[in-house]
Ligand binder design. Structure first.
Ligand SMILES: Cc1cc2nc3c(=O)[nH]c(=O)nc-3n(C[C@H](O)[C@H](O)[C@H](O)COP(=O)(O)OP(=O)(O)OC[C@H]3O[C@@H](n4cnc5c(N)ncnc54)[C@H](O)[C@@H]3O)c2cc1C
Length: 386
């Protein structure tokens, strides 16, 4: 599939060159071994791509959201999986936006240099799920330290991070006026915490995605590890979520193009009943439809980037972009699998792997119904449903 060069061609070419050194076989092997693409993530970090959104004053490259999103798109478009490392690009956004000057100086240059990995964010809990403000993990101030107790689930990349951002309740729900108040964000030094109040239990799952249950039992952290104002952690977190959703939308767009490329190539090659299968409208129309939906989703992705880069509220566009892109990539995945017939199920074609990987984005980092709910309430003015 030919695409007209866009304003980001230089970034695209550079990321593509790097990704070309990590072909399908590399990611297939990592998937089979349920491993982590260490070499690939190291190469991305060394090349500076993971520091795209860190301001230049703190050692990063200070790129725009549009440029950063192109990096993620190209990784997935090359057949790779940004899920292994996308947290490094956006988790630190909470430090950029809400950290004290001392925290920014302490952490951002090290993240930019690749000396510190902060790609884990602990929000979801087993008993409260999407109902984030009801979360039960508590942080209590004691003798100049914070003492943390509670449990988290599905917390990704903990084993491949040095630090994690944690959301915990610091004022009981009963004592706050708004349920989103009384939550606070903390920086957790994972190397110090594990075995000293933090237990990590990996969760085997459908995707090769390192994700874990976390158990906090009187974990003590320094007082200065509070990130952003006490009691305003929900806002600290939300500030970074539009970036997360927009970057994941771009990853889905990358996946979608990968699926369409593969489907078109195979439909042009495979001959059954003495003609190319792509000659049948029953085969070509679903590919064309998936492509149309992908292109439309991509427009919303650029709109979300534009609003974030203009420092405007991008809540609606980031959520809608993530929804449209996750849906379009999944439809493209389904069409690609169907076009390949039985061969789509063979691991060596990589389609079943990418199929599993792209499916995640309708559930994480926010499930589709929660996006509908956001748009219904905040964009359309319909009554709050929960
Ligand atoms: C591989 C993976 C990695 C993840 N990584 C992280 C991570 O790094 N950090 C982190 O904090 N979390 C992470 N998550 C968690 C993820 O964000 C949650 O799974 C997701 O937000 C949904 O929460 P839940 O699983 O508790 O589902 P639930 O909240 O139990 O919801 C189950 C279903 O019911 C629907 N539903 C619930 N309430 C309503 C309602 N009122 N109206 C309509 N529908 C409703 C939901 O949309 C969903 O489809 C990860 C999850 C996965 C699977």
């Amino acid at each position: 599939m030919q695409h007209e060069p866009d304003a980001y061609q230089e970034i695209r070419d550079a990321v593509r060159d790097l990704c070309a050194q990590y072909p399908d076989e590399y990611f297939r092997r990592i998937d089979e071994q349920r491993g982590y693409p260490e070499e690939f993530v190291d190469a991305l970090t060394k090349a500076g791509w993971m520091a795209a959104l860190i301001p230049q004053d703190y050692g990063g490259s200070g790129l725009s959201m549009a440029e950063a999103s192109v990096i993620m798109e190209e990784i997935n478009r090359s057949g790779g999986n940004s899920g292994a490392c996308h947290g490094q690009m956006y988790v630190m956004n909470a430090i950029v936006r809400s950290g004290s000057e001392a925290q920014k100086r302490q952490y951002l240059p090290k993240i930019a240099a690749g000396e510190l990995r902060i790609q884990a964010m602990g929000v979801t809990e087993p008993t409260t799920g999407s109902d984030t403000t009801k979360l039960k993990t508590q942080a209590v101030r004691k003798d100049g330290r914070w003492v943390i107790n509670g449990q988290k689930v599905w917390i990704s990349r903990v084993q491949h991070s040095d630090m994690m951002i944690l959301l915990a309740r610091t004022t009981p729900l009963a004592d706050v006026q708004k349920k989103s108040e009384g939550l606070s964000c903390f920086l957790i030094d994972l190397k110090q915490a594990v075995g000293h109040g933090l237990t990590v239990r990996p969760i085997l799952n459908m995707v090769n995605h390192e994700t874990n249950e976390l158990f906090f039992d009187h974990l003590e952290i320094p007082e200065e590890n509070l990130l952003g104002p006490e009691g305003k952690g929900f806002k600290t977190l939300l500030d970074g979520l539009n970036a997360e959703r927009t970057l994941i939308a771009a990853e889905c767009i990358g996946d979608g193009y990968w699926f369409i490329d593969r489907a078109v190539k195979y439909a042009n090659e495979r001959v059954v009943f003495s003609r190319k299968i792509g000659q049948n409208q029953g085969v070509q129309f679903p590919i064309a439809e998936a492509y149309i939906e992908l292109e439309a989703a991509n427009l919303m992705r650029w709109e979300a980037c534009r609003k974030i880069d203009a420092h405007q509220n991008a809540g609606a566009q980031a959520n809608m972009a993530k929804h449209l892109a996750a849906k379009a990539s999944w439809e493209a995945a389904n069409v690609c699998l169907q076009t390949h017939g039985g061969f789509g199920f063979a691991c060596e074609y990589d389609i079943e792997r990418k199929f599993r990987e792209t499916r995640l984005y309708q559930v994480a980092p926010i499930s589709t119904n929660m996006i509908f709910s956001y748009v219904a309430e905040h964009v359309l003015g319909l009554p709050r449903s929960y």
